[in-house]
Design a protein around this ligand. Structure first.
Ligand SMILES: CC(C)(COP(=O)(O)OP(=O)(O)OC[C@H]1O[C@@H](n2cnc3c(N)ncnc32)[C@H](O)[C@@H]1OP(=O)(O)O)[C@@H](O)C(=O)NCCC(=O)NCCS
Length: 299
């Protein structure tokens, strides 16, 4: 066991954002190294977006975002969780490698679960770490194995995609009500303030027709971050439009696809993206939302 460890609420400060980033990158880089993968080498603008997101969560959910600090005041672990209209979400969970396996993860998770105790639904995009899986199972989550699509955008990839079967527009803050409605319909709770944060950093594509609607965020680094729609047809159109909108040479990733998102797997395979298994979408009190691609952090 640790000598002494305290949990304190995360603050909306530069120092705390850096503490979260340091803990998370050490934890995830060590997991990558164990799998024989290189450490993440993220450019400063991507790190700035992560800091901005974590500070946003410290503001919206102070009771759900915690830092574990050791007896000399060094941050050793963190958990970031959110409540959105009865849907609890886990945005980040990490413990410094040198402090792992001593129960810190369990304590952090207990604080985050307490924050979500009144929520009927829960969602986590879980890593492959068996300790994370053990923690989520103990908290009553069902683990849905997930797939990931990855590849480099080039002329051939775009040529393989079918032409769009209807209009897709650039979205703005004016689409907030539409997106919140789509969130409620697919995952049970609106993202609310998270849309403001996503709009700051990501491009938004929207379909809004009499027969249905949908939206999709594309991160600055080419990741399809979040997609919700009223039908698989419109979801497929949005994902196709997202891929077509990326510049040649961009690295694209679409993650957290459970078997329910076959419409997305089909678009990716048609485009020639590489398909692999990666992590779990962990759910409590709900079936996998569909057609829906959760965001790893905003879920
Ligand atoms: C997941 C993580 C946060 C857990 O932190 P930790 O402080 O090591 O966790 P704990 O010591 O509290 O152990 C967690 C549980 O996993 C169990 N566990 C430990 N090793 C295990 C293994 N190899 N297989 C299965 N379960 C294991 C522990 O027994 C413990 O359960 P308990 O509370 O019933 O004793 C930490 O390992 C980590 O940062 N991993 C890398 C980042 C990551 O993948 N985060 C999850 C993102 S979704």
């Amino acid at each position: 066991m640790m000598e002494r460890m305290i949990l304190r609420q995360l603050r909306d400060t530069e120092e705390d954002a850096e503490a979260v980033r340091t803990v998370a990158s050490a934890a995830f880089d060590t997991s990558r190294a164990l799998r024989g993968e290189p450490a993440a080498d993220w450019p400063p603008d991507r790190l700035a977006r992560i800091d901005s997101r974590n500070r946003h969560l410290a503001r919206t959910d102070p009771g759900g975002c915690w830092l574990a600090v050791d007896d000399v005041g060094m941050p050793v672990g963190t958990v970031l969780s959110t409540r959105r209209e009865g849907t609890w979400g886990l945005a980040l969970f990490a413990v410094l490698p040198r402090a792992q396996r001593r129960g810190i993860g369990r304590e952090l998770m207990a604080a985050a679960l307490l924050y979500g105790r009144a929520c009927l639904r829960g969602i986590i995009c879980g890593s492959r770490d068996p300790r994370a899986a053990a923690t989520y199972r103990r908290a009553g989550f069902t683990l849905h194995p997930a797939m990931r699509l990855r590849g480099t955008v080039d002329k051939e990839l775009k040529a393989r995609l079918p032409s769009l079967d209807g209009a897709v527009h650039e979205g703005t803050a004016r689409h907030r009500d539409l997106m919140d409605s789509l969130d409620r319909r697919t995952r049970g709770g609106a993202h609310g303030p998270d849309h403001e944060e996503m709009l700051r950093h990501s491009r938004l594509l929207v379909v809004d027709e009499l027969t249905g609607s949908g939206y999709c965020y594309i991160g600055a680094d080419g990741d399809v971050e979040l997609l919700a729609a009223t039908s698989r047809r419109l979801a497929g159109r949005l994902l196709t439009a997202a891929l077509l909108s990326l510049p040649e040479g961009a690295e694209v990733a679409v993650e957290n696809l459970t078997a329910e998102q076959e419409w997305a797997v089909d678009v990716g395979l048609a485009a020639g993206l590489e398909l692999s298994n990666a992590g779990y979408v962990c759910l409590r009190g709900m079936r996998p939302p569909s057609p829906y691609i959760p965001s790893g952090a905003f879920l």
